[in-house]
Design a protein around this ligand. Structure first.
Ligand code: MRU
Ligand code: ZN
Length: 203
């Protein structure tokens, strides 16, 4: 019970921080944090809420199939299956999904290439890439309206306990070992996207 409360507060605090950056426009975005491994239980944002508000109905507990495990009128995020894919395949503890203008424009510019690469950029160190010639490659997938199809394609790009995937003209999902790491990766990605757009503008 204490673990659940602590995880709830951790996720609520992250939600407030991302909201302060205006990263939940039009109720977009969803967040999740793992509460237990066996059986898998994680808190996920309730669907369609104004994520800038902090309420007692912001999150609900779900299982590995995205089903609520407690009696509730709340609906789990429409994209809960993507969070399930992360927790089913990795030991990640937190996953974050946001829509920003920068991540959408980048996903459209580089969408046909299926990825965007960053090299020689200090902030790729957030992903643990410390070598001078290290490369961060972020996959870009099709925005399937059918969520199980979206989750399937998304899942094929989950290869490590931390990572990031762009969904074309939709948004980004990142995951990491805990809330701190997931937020760090998200901020690093958004920095890199804004940098790339600024660079393209002056070129
Ligand atoms: C309201 S547009 C955004 C949604 O379609 C979806 O992509 C999203 O990120 C939020 O959906 P939600 O069901 O609230 O988690
Ligand atoms: Zn979304």
């Amino acid at each position: 019970m204490i673990a659940l409360q602590n995880k709830w507060k951790e996720l609520a605090d992250i939600k407030d921080e991302l909201a302060a950056r205006d990263w939940f426009m039009g109720t977009s975005g969803n967040l999740a944090i793992k509460v237990s491994d066996d059986p898998l239980r994680f808190l996920v944002t309730a669907s369609g809420k104004d994520k800038k508000k902090r309420t007692m109905e912001d999150f609900l507990l779900v299982n590995a199939n995205a089903d609520p495990v407690e009696e509730t009128d709340l609906k789990p995020s429409a994209e809960t299956l993507l969070h399930c894919a992360i927790y089913n395949k990795t030991s990640a503890g937190c996953s974050l999904h946001i829509h920003t203008v920068a991540n959408n424009v980048i996903s459209e510019i580089y969408g046909n290439e299926g990825k965007i690469d960053f090299q020689g950029q200090e902030l790729i160190k957030a992903f643990g890439l410390w070598d001078e010639d290290a490369l961060l490659s972020i996959p870009i997938i099709t925005n399937h309206a059918h969520i199980p199809s979206l989750a399937e394609e998304f899942s094929s790009h989950i290869h490590a306990d931390k990572g990031a995937v762009l969904i074309r003209n939709h948004g980004i999902t990142v995951w990491g070992k805990d809330g701190f790491e997931a937020k760090k990766l998200l901020e690093a990605c958004e920095f890199l996207f804004q940098y790339q757009l600024a660079l393209l503008q002056i070129k």
